[in-house]
Design a protein around this ligand. Structure first.
Ligand code: SAM
Length: 344
């Protein structure tokens, strides 16, 4: 496994000690959910009717997010990923990107999106300081897209991918949740996307949340099986990843410009190298995607807490960040109803 060198010495003037949890893992990465709302209803993620959305007044403003990120940066956080829900449905996201890009110490801003609104917002986001993008793509077939996402729109997602490549938002990573009987027959078609273009196609094991436990039990496919099924047909060699903060392991066809990645939270968990925490749309610092360990940051922010006080809350969070999650097939590890609640 590649060892990432993290320069924690480039502190911001007046910084507090760099964040590290009780297991000596440096925490340099915050994933921020900017909304719990989404313009798709993917079967593995959200009920068709949606969820009880968080009231607008409870959602952090861009200014509040900015103050939290300033505090996080003062404690050594370097990378931010904006996610959701669907982050591009939040109005004027580029304004937030610009605000975060101006914060001392933040040198990597990325986005996770379903791609539907990306083509129209890409240029503005790049101008604001966005550097990298992950786009969800669970099928290459329009009829299936409507079944899996419960909305049409594959053509717009594909246009979003093209726009990201054209804008140099590299590396472009595509995320596919592989489901038995729904899209697992497309594994090779997805992998083919990586031959001629710098695309990093990542296959994700479906994770259980409260509302999908049954589907997850029935449709779960392990990363080993995904790789095995591609390898039955084509040679795949282990390769280093394209960089970033993630837990994927990468493999490539000989001579390919991109690579196939697998993310295997269930079968091969990667908690040992966890470098991240999450901020929910309503301002809770979530210490682990699974397991309900969180701290309210919105109340102190709204009560006027300053940078040092907020940084101290990040440090406090390190004490309750668990060593690992305990995900099991068909069993949600937390009360979370969907990834959109936390920021997947
Ligand atoms: N809407 C954005 C998107 O589509 O990327 C960001 C939020 S979405 C919750 C982030 C990622 O989580 C997507 O790649 C999605 O496929 C993945 N995801 C959602 N529910 C999942 C589950 N139960 N298991 C594995 N991945 C899941």
């Amino acid at each position: 496994m590649a060892i990432e060198t993290i320069d924690l010495t480039r502190g911001v003037p007046g910084t507090v000690a760099p964040l590290a949890d009780a297991f000596a893992r440096p925490i340099t990465y915050v994933r921020i959910s900017v909304t719990d709302r989404c313009n798709l209803r993917c079967v593995y993620c959200m009920p068709e009717a949606g969820l009880p959305w968080i009231a607008k007044a409870e959602i952090l403003s861009f200014e509040e997010i900015g103050r939290i990120v300033e505090a996080a940066a003062s404690a050594g956080v370097r990378s931010i990923r904006l996610t959701g829900g669907e982050p591009l449905v939040r109005r004027d996201l580029a304004r937030l990107v610009r605000r975060l890009a101006a914060i001392d110490g933040i040198d990597d801003i990325s986005l996770s999106t379903n791609g539907l609104l990306l083509a129209e917002q890409c240029e503005e986001l790049v101008a604001a300081g966005l550097r990298r993008v992950n786009i969800s793509l669970d099928t290459l077939r329009p009829d299936r897209f409507a079944l899996i996402a419960r909305r049409p729109g594959l053509d717009r997602v594909l246009a979003g991918i093209e726009a990201a490549l054209a804008a140099g938002l590299g590396p472009v990573k595509l995320n596919c949740v592989v489901m038995r009987g729904q899209n697992d027959d497309e594994l090779l078609d997805f992998a083919e996307l990586t031959r001629d273009r710098p695309i990093f196609m990542r296959f994700i094991e479906m994770m259980p949340v409260v509302d999908n436990a049954e589907l997850q039990r029935d449709a779960y496919l392990s990363a080993a099986e995904m790789l095995g099924r591609i390898r039955e047909r084509e040679e795949l060699l282990p390769v280093p990843g394209p960089g970033g903060n993630g837990p994927a392991r990468y493999f490539a066809f000989p001579g390919a410009r991109g690579a196939v990645g697998v993310i295997s939270p269930l079968s091969h968990d990667y908690c040992d190298t966890c470098n991240r925490v999450r901020l929910t749309a309503d301002g809770r610092l979530r210490l682990c995607l699974f397991g309900d360990y969180e701290i309210d940051l919105r109340s102190p922010v709204r009560a006027g807490a300053g940078r040092e006080e907020l940084a101290a809350l990040f440090h406090g969070g390190m004490l309750i960040k668990p060593e690992r999650h305990h995900l099991k097939l068909g069993e949600a590890g937390s009360r979370m109803r969907a990834f959109s609640e936390i920021g997947g």
